[in-house]
Write a protein that binds this ligand. Structure first.
Ligand code: COA
Length: 260
C-alpha cells in the first residue's frame, strides 16, 4: 500500500514507520490518522513484521499534535468522532501484540505525545520536547492523553502537564518516566533499533503474552490480573518456544524461537 503522509519501510523483521508531513511538523490530520490505522493494521497481520519503530520526518518534530487547522472548524459531532478515531488508532498500536518503540526526535505535543504514549517504549533525542498543550487552545486531550499520561507518570505530574500545557524537555521527561532513555539525535534510530532487536531476540509468543498481561492487567484488579497472568502462563506452556527456550538453557546454547 502507498501512503501520502507516511513512510513505511521494512528491514529484517522491523517496520520503520515515519510520519511524513515535516512542513506541518508532522501534525496528525485526519488522513494521517487513517494512514496510521491502515499501516498498523497491515503490520498486525504481517507475520514477517515482528516489531515497529515509529518516528517523525525531519529534525524538528516527532508529531506536533493533531492538525489545529482541522480542529478549529469542528462541530461537537466531528470532535467526538475525531476523538474516537484517534483513540481507536492508538489502541491498535498499544494492542498490536508486537513491540512498538517510539523514537521521539523532536516535538511530541498533544496528539503526538498521545501517540508516543501508546507505543510500548519511548526513546527521546536530547532535543525532544513533550507536552499536552491542548489546554492553551481552549480544548483538552482527545486521544486518551488524560488516561495514558497519569498511568505513565502518576496523577500529580500528569495533572501539572495537562493543566499548565507546558512542555517538558528530554531530561525532565526521563526523570518523570515519560520516556525510557535519552540519547543524542544521531544515536536515536540506532539505539531504538538496538533496543527493539534485543526484544525480538526473544520468542514472539512471549512478547505477545507479556504485552497482553501488562496492557490488560493494568486495567483490572490485582486478583483478575493475576488470574489473567496465570492463564497466559498456562497457555505459554503449550508452545514449542517454551520447550525450545528451556531446552536451550539446559543444553547451554542460544534458543531458536519459531513463534509457535
Ligand atoms: N497543527 C497544524 N499545523 C501545525 C501544528 C499543528 N499541531 N504544529 C505546527 N504546525 C505548522 C505551523 O502552523 C507552521 O505552518 P506554516 O509554516 O504553514 O505556518 C509549521 O507547522 C511550522 O510550525 P511553526 O509554529 O512555525 O514552528 P515553530 O518552531 O515556531 O514552533 C511549535 C514549533 C511546536 C512550538 C509550534 O508549532 C506549536 O506550538 N504547534 C502547536 C502545538 C500544539 O498545540 N499541539 C497540540 C494540538 S491539539
Amino acid at each position: 500500500m502507498s501512503y501520502q503522509n507516511l513512510l513505511v519501510e521494512s528491514r529484517d523483521g522491523i517496520a520503520f514507520v515515519t510520519v511524513n508531513r515535516p512542513e506541518k511538523l508532522n501534525a496528525l490530520d485526519d488522513r494521517t490518522v487513517e494512514e496510521l490505522e491502515a499501516a498498523f493494521t497491515a503490520i498486525a497481520h504481517d507475520p514477517a513484521t515482528r516489531g515497529v519503530i515509529l518516528t517523525g520526518a525531519g529534525e524538528k518534530a516527532f508529531v506536533a499534535g493533531a492538525d489545529i487547522g482541522e480542529l478549529a472548524t469542528q462541530s461537537p459531532v466531528d470532535g467526538r468522532e475525531r476523538s474516537i478515531r484517534g483513540q481507536r488508532m492508538l489502541d491498535l498500536i498499544e494492542g498490536l501484540g508486537k513491540p512498538v518503540v517510539a523514537a521521539v526526535n523532536g516535538f511530541a505535543l498533544g496528539g503526538g505525545c498521545e501517540l508516543a504514549m501508546a507505543c510500548h517504549v519511548r526513546i527521546a533525542s536530547t532535543s525532544a520536547k513533550l507536552g499536552t498543550p491542548e489546554v492553551k487552545l481552549g480544548i483538552m486531550c482527545g486521544y486518551a492523553g488524560t488516561q495514558r499520561l497519569p498511568r505513565l507518570v502518576g496523577k500529580g505530574r500528569a495533572l501539572e502537564m495537562l493543566l499548565t500545557g507546558e512542555m517538558v524537555d528530554a531530561p525532565e521527561a526521563l526523570r518523570i518516566g515519560l520516556v525510557n532513555r535519552v540519547v543524542p539525535p544521531a544515536a536515536l534510530l540506532p539505539e531504538a533499533e538496538a533496543l527493539l532487536r534485543k526484544m525480538l531476540a526473544n520468542g514472539p509468543v512471549s512478547l505477545r503474552f507479556i504485552l497482553r498481561a501488562v496492557n490488560d492487567g493494568l486495567e483490572m484488579g490485582l486478583g483478575g490480573a493475576q488470574h489473567l497472568e496465570a492463564t497466559l502462563f498456562g497457555l505459554i506452556c503449550t508452545t514449542e518456544d517454551m520447550k525450545e527456550g528451556t531446552k536451550a538453557f539446559l543444553e547451554k546454547r542460544p534458543a531458536r524461537f519459531q513463534g509457535k
